[in-house]
Design a protein around this ligand. Sequence first.
Ligand SMILES: N[C@@H](CCC(=O)N[C@@H](CS)C(=O)NCC(=O)O)C(=O)O
Length: 232
Amino acid sequence: MHEFDLYYWPVPFRGQFLRAILAFAGARWTEHDVDEIAALMERDPAEQPIGFMGPPILIDREGDFVLSQMPSIAVYLGERLGLLPDAPEGRARTAKVANDANDVIDELTLDGGREMWTQEKWDAFVPRLQKWMRIFEALGARHGLTADAGFLLGTAEPGVADIVTSILWSTLDDHFPKIATLGAQTAPAIWGLARRLQETPPLAALKQKSLSDFGGAYCGGEIEKSLRKVAG
Ligand SMILES: N[C@@H](CCC(=O)N[C@@H](CS)C(=O)NCC(=O)O)C(=O)O
């Protein structure tokens, strides 16, 4: 039995942040399939391992602890695997970065596909996406990040904030050429950080494995098709 269990759909999207933190730390985890996730979701909250609406869910077998909500899990794994800054400010900023990343992917998928993208809606959204890119770029700049050196929060070593940032933007860069072009122009230091982290052996291996496991999907479904039409 592995140390951790992760329940997430077989796509990168919101689960990839957690896979990357686990992989970066060299932790081993078991993934559960769609039927197991659906069965957990159908249970009454009192019968779920933790009350939750949608995955990801993490089980820490060693710590006998279960958690939902991606940003909370990212911070927990950071604590557990030694990937958070020491100071309270850096730990809180790590939570901010995970919440920002979650907001970006919700906006990009119109809240999980409640609506579909049209060219008009996308054109109106692009300045907002660029603002998100600049929010990350400005945070890095405050801590001396450049395209070639440094980390998002000015730490000596990369942590959860860097892993989450790298997964957010590199996954979009890999799947959506128009976002790739926009990002390289708008947030060059963040694009450099994303690439540098992706070149580390654990994240490079995860990327290859995810590509073959998930067949090149990003978030799946009709919303991915509609996003590909405007940003592909
Ligand atoms: N705020 C939650 C969102 C969870 C969520 O929306 N999960 C999606 C997959 S990315 C889901 O399958 N939701 C099903 C549902 O809400 O019914 C988080 O950050 O973990």
